[in-house]
Design a protein around this ligand. Sequence first.
Ligand code: KIV
Length: 273
Amino acid sequence: MSAHPEQHQQKVTVRSLQAMKQAGEKIACLTAYDASFAQVLDRAGVDVVLVGDSLGMVVQGNETTLPVTMSDMLYHSKAVSRGLSRSMLMVDMPYLSYTSAQSALEHAGSFMQQANAQMVKLEGGAEQAEIVSRLAQHGIPVCAHLGLQPQRVHKLGGYRVQGREQDAADAMLDEAQQLEQAGADMMLLECVPQQLADNITQALAIPVIGIGAGAGCDGQILVLYDILGISKGRIPKFSRDFMAETGSIEAAVKSYVEVVKKCQFPGSEHVFS
Ligand code: KIV
């Protein structure tokens, strides 16, 4: 079987994502951790494939994403890269791999050089602006990640919705704008109230991707194993088991892409207020 079955299709880039936001076309994103699944996602029309540090939980079986190393991320990113043709490859910066602008540059550079990454994602607010700016100066596109930040789970005291209080919501909007000004090319919002996600999406020129953030975002992302119903434990409120509805992996991913594009997912049962 060909590793690149649809080479005629144009690769998704930061420019095409920007154009999708401007045109009001929803951006469909999913995680993947190996070449075979990556190929299925690429064929199904997923726009952005994230090698998430969620692999620490869904692949390695850990309780959190904290044990994931650079070496783990490089291994999985290289594998995913070999399965992609059209989709953009985004890679998560693992815990403690961006404690300074210099270490962020070295580690993000490794993803770009060794795994063909087109964008890196890092968690954190305004305190990351300097790092975002340094990566941007070196031509490395960055997706900033606000709201629930799983790498801070112990500080947060659990996986909880963020930005419910007015001062926290105001602070998140302000931090989103600072990260955009620092050079971020995309924003991911995890587990934030729908109204706040809508406000941030409207305030930013860059695409905003939501997970547990409502249908008003420019795009959606979910963890692949959740939509296939094979994650350990119960699937989160904001996710949906597309495998149970369709019966095959390929059909489940296609159905996810279709409902995201048609703005039929997430529904009111998947959002927080
Ligand atoms: O690691 C991951 O899978 C993520 C998702 C929450 C999008 O960051």
